[in-house]
Unconditional design. Sequence first.
Length: 269
Amino acid sequence: MDRRIYQTPEYTQEDDDRTLRMRREERARRRRRVVRRQRMAVGLWIFAVFAVLLALGISRNAASASAEREADSLKKGYLEDALKTLKQESLVQGLPESVYNAHPAWTEDFLTPNEYSRPGDKLEEIKNIFVHYTANPGTSAAQNRSYFEQQKDTHERSVSAHFIIGYDGEILQCIPLDEIAYAVMTRNMDSVSIECCYKAEDGSFTQETYDSLIRLLSWLTYAYGLDEEDILRHYDCGGKKCPLYYTEHPDAWERLKEDVAKQSEKTSL
């Protein structure tokens, strides 16, 4: 079985200061990119609204037949430009389409809407991303997704997650990113949750699970303007020993966040 075992390297104070400075600079660059995307989206929406109003104004003010024909032509052109702009800036699961389309490969398999695992409440703000483990060694992503789905019939628990990563690295999306999941009781309204399958008794992930988790976390931090310090264990909110391996090996958790930062740099996210 593949396991990640890390040894904490020795750092000097100068190394720590340099690393902190680099992280702050990267964080600032990332937030500037997010602000640019937001300003561009707002600007395009303003242009679209202006184009529609201008087209309507031209239509009302055209007096002669020839002027009306010219106005109709201009109106059609403005409306086409406006619709094209709106189409370009359409949202997918609450994200700009261009941002959403950069996500790593996953299988979309949404739960049936129900009050126990997919209530449909809107998720309007993302402050953190939580990493979990399934607490069921040897069970697959599909099996854990089925457990979430069964809650609509059994009514045993209110439980779900946005994503499940299998021990072969496959990613299932169970909940849209603009809806809440039932994963962290006090933080469901402002967070995204990822469940990870595992085989080892100590709760460590296979290499395939780990690699997919890093890619998914890298994309999520990019999509929501977050950084690696905004990635939390379920343990960090309430003290539950989840994910088990990373609560008992905090050095490995720090390394995971470093790997997310490296992945983001490598993919220019």
